[in-house]
Design a binder for this molecule. Structure first.
Ligand SMILES: Nc1ncnc2c1ncn2[C@@H]1O[C@H](COP(=O)(O)OP(=O)(O)OP(=O)(O)O)[C@@H](O)[C@H]1O
Ligand SMILES: [Mg+2]
Length: 506
């Protein structure tokens, strides 16, 4: 009769929560039970652990085994409990010294032959281990570099249960961290480039402002003019992730199983299909999982064919866009998912796409289109661009500059913003709240006067007022100016979604 405990972590939304795996072996009829709010994958761990132990040359105790996952109120999901469970059983059956795994969190899936397989969320677990003052973390080798992004934590990467036991016993030194694959260091090798776009050079300043300040962008115009093409080239213009942003994006993408094993360096670009549900967009479900807005955190959320998205999905996006996070309540618990995104939306002027003179749409189609477009999201648009039909001559002779050239200006403008905002934990002008905007806008008295004059003339809402000032701040940053002057205000106002664009959508 014996008892052993091993530490691990369960993913709860985008957090890792500490879990004890307690194994109790006592004489009696052979049985193997797992208790403690485990899902199906965790209950199935019994079969994998049994086979993995036997096939790795260990003894599977033919006695009464009870495994408890504590705390019992926390739901545990996924196969990552296999390895801690196997280690706890080995310790409880004297095949491993009782203190071999002391101060060491253990995480990994097992195959029937005892191989240790990759699991999701390793970075979140490593952060949890560090927070809870554990010294070591035993993980699948292919995820060791991900875990090692967290400082002051000894990462033990293993490929097999046998190896895990030898490393925990101290009979074998842990393998050095795997090398970074060369393609991971390359900066976006096959990303589409702005220079593919022809006849739209007049639109580039607007794209530049949106990319530099992280402002929401709306592209509208007839079919086949390059709206989708331009949106897909936006990532090539964005400044690289800062170090803390990169860690945050890596944690979220690892939890979602999108990416694992290395640091994400590129800003996310998510382009969900218009059939997506509200919970697919902002997160949800019984065991809440992050939605597209969270997967696009610190990057771009692209809604192509905006008017085709279901109204409830667009409604659900309103508050997350404003707050930079979404809060999901489940029973007693509340989860917070980050959603700091640049929204990029594209739409045709009407369902048939022909616009004004040649439009064949019915009145009902048009009404529906307009309802969707002019509704919740367009009020959050800072930069609106009409993508017209370029002339034949422009199409033939006018090519946009390469992304790398345009990006230089954008990166310089973003660096000015980050220098000003870093002590507030922000990186770009789009993230400024009303109070900070007042404090840090740098608008001259004349610029304020110009803004209020616009206010009176255009009946701007208070939100519109702030949005113009943020974009004006970015225009000043692009021009290398500390002060926001009246011309910046006027340019920013011109970039806003105007009545003409809304009429186009009518
Ligand atoms: N300005 C352009 N320069 C170069 N190629 C273009 C341009 N506009 C369109 N194209 C070509 O046409 C294709 C379709 O363009 P795109 O998908 O961007 O149109 P769109 O405006 O999104 O149309 P829709 O409203 O039907 O979605 C592109 O893949 C590209 O090959
Ligand atoms: Mg398109």
């Amino acid at each position: 009769m014996s008892l052993a405990r091993v530490e691990t972590f369960a993913l709860d939304g985008v957090e890792a929560r500490h879990v004890w795996v307690e194994a109790d072996i006592r004489r009696g009829l052979a049985a193997f039970n797992v208790v403690g709010l485990a899902d199906k994958a965790v209950r199935e761990a019994r079969e994998r652990v049994r086979a993995a132990l036997v096939n790795s040359g260990f003894v599977f105790p033919q006695e009464r085994i009870t495994v408890n996952l504590a705390p019992a109120h926390l739901r545990k999901a996924g196969p990552g409990f296999d390895l801690p469970l196997a280690v706890a059983l080995l310790a409880a059956s004297d095949q491993l010294p009782p203190d071999a795994a002391r101060g060491c969190a253990v995480l990994g899936e097992l195959s029937l032959t005892g191989e240790v397989r990759a699991v999701r969320g390793v970075l979140a677990v490593a952060e949890g281990a560090r927070r809870d003052r554990l010294e070591r973390l035993l993980v699948p080798r292919s995820r060791a570099r991900e875990a090692a992004l967290v400082p002051e934590l000894a990462v033990l990467g293993v490929e097999h249960l046998q190896e895990a036991v030898e490393v925990l016993r101290g009979d074998r030194a842990p393998a050095p961290l795997p090398e970074c694959a060369p393609q991971e260091l390359l900066d976006a090798p096959d990303e589409p480039d702005l220079s593919d776009v022809r006849g739209h050079n007049g639109l580039i300043p607007a794209l530049e402002v949106a990319a530099a300040g992280g402002h929401n962008l709306f592209l509208h115009g007839p079919p086949g003019t390059g709206k989708t093409m331009l949106a897909r080239r936006l990532p090539s213009l964005l400044p690289p992730l800062t170090a803390p942003e990169a860690i945050e994006v890596t944690r979220l993408h690892s939890i979602a199983g999108l990416h694992g094993g290395a640091l994400v360096r590129r800003r996310p670009f998510r382009s969900p299909h218009h059939t997506i549900s509200a919970s697919g967009l902002v997160g949800g479900g019984g065991m809440p999982t992050p939605g597209e807005a969270t997967l696009a955190h610190h990057g771009v959320l692209f809604l192509d064919e905006l008017s085709e998205f279901a109204r409830p999905a667009l409604e659900a996006l309103r508050q997350p866009l404003e707050d930079g996070r979404v809060t999901i309540a489940r029973g007693q618990r509340v989860m917070v998912f980050p959603t700091r995104v640049t929204l990029v939306a594209a739409s045709n002027p009407c369902p048939c796409g022909m616009g004004e003179s040649t439009c064949r749409c019915s009145a009902a189609d048009l009404a529906r289109h307009r309802r969707r477009l002019s509704g919740p999201l367009l009020d959050r648009i800072d930069v609106s661009v009409t993508v017209g039909r370029p002339s034949g001559a422009a199409l033939r002779s006018q090519a946009a500059p390469p992304s790398a050239i345009v990006r230089e200006r954008i990166v310089a403008a973003r660096e000015r913003q980050t220098a000003r905002l870093a002590r507030h934990g922000l990186t770009c002008n789009a993230q400024l709240d009303a109070r900070l905007l007042r404090e840090l806008s740098g608008a001259t008295a004349d610029a304020h006067r110009a803004l209020y004059a616009l206010h009176d003339r255009n009946r701007l809402s208070a939100r519109g007022h702030g949005r113009i000032l943020r974009v004006a701040r970015t225009l000043a940053d692009l021009a290398g100016s500390d002060a926001v002057r009246p011309d910046h205000i006027h340019q920013a106002a011109a970039l806003r979604l105007d009545d003409q664009a809304l009429a186009l959508a009518a």
